[in-house]
Design a protein around this ligand. Structure first.
Ligand code: SER
Length: 311
């Protein structure tokens, strides 16, 4: 039977995507891979170590497991990418190209690759940024993800590979601890509040960014993945976002549930990354082409996250 391959399964999005896929599939349909961290995933699933920088290993896994669909999540996020640009280039650029080229070579039917708000640079419109705008990313993460969007377009036009992707805003999850992104302060802040601890924020109080609750991101990922090919005008460039908030606004919204919650602001190198990104996105192309829709408001998300974190 044809299988779904997920790369980067142990990362920020992997576990959440798996839960969403399991609404329509059984565990035997799915093959989970990552370079490390697979021990955190239930043994109910088939798991394999995969370094996406190794073309031969990708080909072997696709061939031996009759892979038909790929969700290529393996990636180095913005903050970690600035600490190690060489690694970010290698994993994000070569990993993405390897997945796409192997998919063409072995006849994979569809490949989903997430993109990011990081594809925009400081010259882009700050508010309601449209799909196509001045994209001069300043982080290695943004540069590699933007190039990834072009590669998705390239193999679609050249070889008819059905590539699809979404520019994720900051994603918030109560399941996965914050890792290596600039927007991850938001998860960390809510986690501290849920445990009744003060929080020191690495962004300025007014650093507004587009954000989204993970369940909404996953539902929309599957929606785009299953959308009729003829309705899609873009490959990896769909902007999506639920709301915009700054650390100060998030702290204020949290206080409704955790009165007296305290935050101190000590901006570091991540502030510059945040400043180079849009504050809000124009998501009309995603709404028009594949019915992008969200369920959670900011208040509902905070309430749901605190409740689950405390459990
Ligand atoms: N969440 C990502 C980051 O902060 C942006 O897409 O790196």
């Amino acid at each position: 039977m044809s299988k779904i391959l997920i790369t980067g399964s142990a990362g920020q999005v992997g576990g959440e995507l798996l839960s969403e896929l399991m609404k329509q599939h059984s565990s035997s349909d799915i093959l989970l891979t990552d370079i490390s961290g697979l021990e955190r995933i239930s043994d109910e699933y088939e798991k394999m170590i995969l370094d996406v920088r190794k073309y031969g290993d990708i080909k072997k896994i696709i061939e031996e497991n009759d892979i038909k669909y790929i969700f290529h999540l393996a990636s180095i996020l913005s903050a970690k990418g600035e600490e190690n640009p060489m690694l970010a280039f290698d994993v994000n650029m070569n990993g993405t190209h390897n997945i796409l080229a192997a998919s063409v070579e072995l006849g994979v039917s569809r490949v989903f690759i997430p993109s990011t708000i990081g594809v925009f640079g400081p010259e882009a419109k700050k508010d309601n940024t449209p799909t196509w705008n001045a994209s001069r990313p300043r982080t290695m993460y943004g540069i590699t993800k933007f190039t990834g969007e072009f590669l998705m377009q390239y193999y679609f036009e050249r070889n008819g590979l059905d590539t699809r992707g979404i520019r994720y805003p900051g994603l918030l999850s109560y399941k996965t601890p914050p890792t290596a992104g600039t927007t991850d302060y938001a998860v960390d802040m809510i986690m501290h509040a849920a445990r009744k601890k003060d929080y020191i924020c690495y962004l300025k109080e007014d650093a507004s960014l587009p954000m989204m609750y993970m369940p909404d991101a996953m539902e929309n990922t599957i929606k785009l993945f299953n959308a009729p090919a003829a309705s899609l005008r873009y490959r990896g460039e769909y902007n999506i976002s639920s709301f915009t908030f700054s650390p100060g606004e998030l702290a204020q919204a949290i206080r409704e549930f955790v009165p007296g919650f305290k935050v101190e602001y000590r901006p570091d190198y991540r502030q510059k990354i945040a400043e180079s990104w849009p504050k809000s996105l124009d998501c009309s192309d995603a709404i028009k082409d594949w019915g992008f829709k969200i369920r959670f408001t900011l208040k509902e998300m905070i309430e749901n996250m605190i409740l689950n974190m405390r459990q």
